[in-house]
Write a protein that binds this ligand. Structure first.
Ligand code: PMP
Ligand code: GLU
Length: 396
């Protein structure tokens, strides 16, 4: 079929594809230790589920305003004021079908042919594809393991050209877990201000931090640079609500209004029932977030111990999110598992899944050849058995 140029070269999301591969093996009756998808394994908190049931009973089952119900926009503004002292108005908020959709809205509304978008690597799988879908050019700027996979102000400035429109930043980062200190963020903010570049700050893992420094939203920097910052976040990770599909942007009014027009033509409103559930998540008790974070912290400590116990493998501390991202290239060219020899991460992951039934995501998909990603958002028993399987596969 003669597909459109925009989708002809579009690859499916590598994380979703890896999860589907693991699921297909499970469907054959195989016990798979699945560390592919980055999604909390916890159930959505009971009071949030109850709010969804109440919304249905109250008849909130119709179209809503395309950009979200006023109650949710108000709840989002209140949460940012409560948590970070940021003052946003509902006219700066757009509620969408998950943070992924929010990123698409930003890129499509702000960027087009001739525009460059700077993406520090390793990066989340969908960034590059979504920039290309908008017709813009991704400019990938590598970061090093030695720097903790953080983009420096100097590297950011060096990558800027007259065509640069936007920096796509993600802290805490998927896949590395890297977090930026306030000082490191300020260095980036100063460059953005000097060079007149917008920053799209994907803060979806804001509540899942393991560092002593509290989370700093990009919009709070330099006394407030909200006029050149677009914040992306949502309820997926903090409240274990991946399936409900609620994400949002906080952006200047002009951009918010443009994105609302786009959304009104493309998808209309995000699910009405999910929106009421998200209100309950944001306005309700927040101790459920801390309970889940503590459990992630326990799994993180265990996972880091096991990975660091593998000869030749090191990794910087992931300061947030729920991923361990490590370099397996020391094992390339050596017999693994049943004698298989691999020379790249993609083949490594395929052999690991086929022979040890351990499912990871290849670093190739995150712009980091030689690396693999393990999501520790899964039960301790699966983590233990999966790490045993990985060690046996590596013959250590
Ligand atoms: N940004 C990052 C960095 C992510 O890891 C994800 C994946 N969940 C998203 C955005 C999209 O989140 P959502 O499920 O809300 O679409
Ligand atoms: N963001 C999660 C991940 O990286 C969910 C899958 C996806 O949307 O890519 O695994």
């Amino acid at each position: 079929m003669n597909l459109s140029p925009a989708v002809r070269s579009l690859k499916p999301s590598a994380t979703i594809a890896a999860a589907a591969k693991a699921k297909a093996l499970k469907a054959q009756g195989v016990t798979v230790f699945d560390f592919t998808l980055g999604e909390p394994d916890f159930n959505t908190p009971e009071h949030v589920q109850e709010a969804a049931r109440a919304a249905m009973k109250a008849g909130h089952t119709h179209y809503t305003a395309s950009g979200g119900i006023p109650e949710l926009k108000k709840a989002i503004c209140a949460a940012y004021e409560r948590d970070y002292g940021l003052k946003y108005e509902p006219a700066q908020v757009l509620v969408s079908n998950g943070a992924k959709h929010s990123i698409h809205n930003v890129l499509t509304s702000l960027c087009g042919p001739g525009d460059e978008v700077i993406i520090p690597a390793p990066y989340w799988v969908s960034y590059e594809a979504l920039v290309e879908l908008a017709g813009a050019t991704p400019v990938i700027v590598p970061t090093t393991e030695a720097s903790g996979f953080r983009l420096s102000g100097e590297d950011f400035e060096r990558a800027i050209t007259p065509r640069t429109k936007l920096l796509l930043l993600n802290s805490p980062c998927n896949p590395t877990g890297a977090t930026y200190s306030a000082a490191a963020l300020e260095a980036l903010a100063r460059v953005a201000q000097k060079k007149n570049v917008y920053v799209c700050s994907d803060e979806i893992y804001e509540k899942l931090l393991y560092t002593d420094e509290p989370f700093r939203s990009f919009a709070t920097l330099l006394g407030g640079i909200a006029d050149r910052t677009i914040i992306i976040s949502g309820v997926s990770k903090a409240y274990a609500m991946t399936g409900w599909r609620i994400g949002w942007t906080l952006a200047p009014k002009e951009l918010t209004s443009a994105m609302d027009s786009l959304q009104s033509q493309e998808t209309s409103n995000p699910c009405s029932i999910s929106q009421y559930a998200a209100v309950a998540a944001l306005n309700g008790p927040q101790d459920c977030v801390e309970t889940m974070r503590q459990e992630f912290a326990r799994r993180r400590a265990y996972t880091l111990g096991r990975i660091r116990g593998l000869p030749g493998i090191s990794l910087p501390d992931p300061g947030g999110a729920f991923y361990a991202f490590f370099n397996v290239s020391p094992y390339f060219g050596k017999p693994l598992g049943k004698g298989t020899v691999v020379s790249n991460s993609t083949d490594f992951c395929s052999a690991l899944l086929e022979e040890a039934h351990v499912a990871l995501v290849t670093g190739d998909a995150f712009g980091a050849p030689g690396y693999v990603r393990l999501s520790f958002a899964t039960g301790m028993d699966v983590l233990q058995a999966g790490c045993d399987g990985l060690a046996a596969f590596l013959h250590v």
